[in-house]
Design a protein around this ligand. Sequence first.
Ligand code: AMP
Length: 368
Amino acid sequence: MTGPLPPGSVIGILGGGQLGRMSAVAAAQLGYTAHIFDPKPNSPAAQVAAQATVAPYDDRQALAAFARSVDAVTYEFENVPADTAAALGEHGLPLRPRPEVLAVCQDRVREKRTLTGLGIPTAEHAVVEGPEQLAGALDAVGRPAVLKATRMGYDGKGQVTLREDTDPHTAWARMAGSAPGAAGIVEAMVPFALECSVIVARGAAGEAAAYVPVENRHPHHVLERTVAPAAIAPEVAARADALARRVAEGLDLVGVMGVEMFVRHDGGVLVNELAPRPHNSGHWTLDACPASQFEQHARAVMGLPLAATRRHSDAVMDNLLGEDVHRWHDLVRDPEARVHLYGKGEVRPGRKMGHVTWLLADAARAGV
Ligand code: AMP
């Protein structure tokens, strides 16, 4: 692909969740249409897209037909099977970000190695293949520590905290129970002052832009609240911003990435995790910035230049998890609440059903 794809082109999105939904809407604003590929029918993204394919990710025929109908492909979650991305790559389509970025972010070991290779600080860690090795690694990493499955873990899934008295065999069994067959990575528990993230966008021409660092609160492992901007000193914010840009550059990213970080009490910043796609902690940009993270993603994937990442307001974003979605009734009566619902039929505990954003003056009024 040489120049920008013109309006009328089709963005193919693997994955039909809320991130795909909001990306499809942003793409539509730029005159594109979206084709969603997801194994489940009536996905949140398919509800707002011009075309949808419902097929398993390993259905080569369905992938070939999908590839013929789109002009560029992206993903709305990083656990798209590598074979699926490779199959689409055979059709000569731009895949953005490139599949290698997915492969790095799918595997915590590769992710840590890549970060270390880029000179980016991370939590002290060791790779462990079984409970005996875990016991040895804990001597090096110290306690408390967190054991994480190397693959398919997100929102705290496949993670076990090891306190002073936690038996490594029990911890291993618990991790393996939620991530069967997985290898593990054990990390020192970082005594952070706060968790923050930076949403960084990088265009096809290599230009990068980042939103202000935000604070993320995960009292039960899942993101509950994002506060934009994070209450951190300007030099700490600059450090976080520089790390995110270095990751995007180092990975030769095209698209948007959420870079999750820990800010230590001394102002040091460590990178925890990478998400090579729009990120939950960037949803506030829909309401508080001239161009949202979803628009930047669509722009990068379709070869357009990036738009401004400045904010016109500070913001607080709350996820509507599980039963919280029943608050919609009250929220839509509040003229200042920016309500976003994802069109998910089934309410499950902790499931991301929607979110609500307050711009700063309203946040103060709403007592959030
Ligand atoms: P993750 O899936 O790696 O993003 O972890 C989910 C959440 O668990 C993080 O947002 C933190 O709140 C917590 N957590 C994960 N790893 C660590 C660590 N090494 N030190 C302290 N907290 C952690």
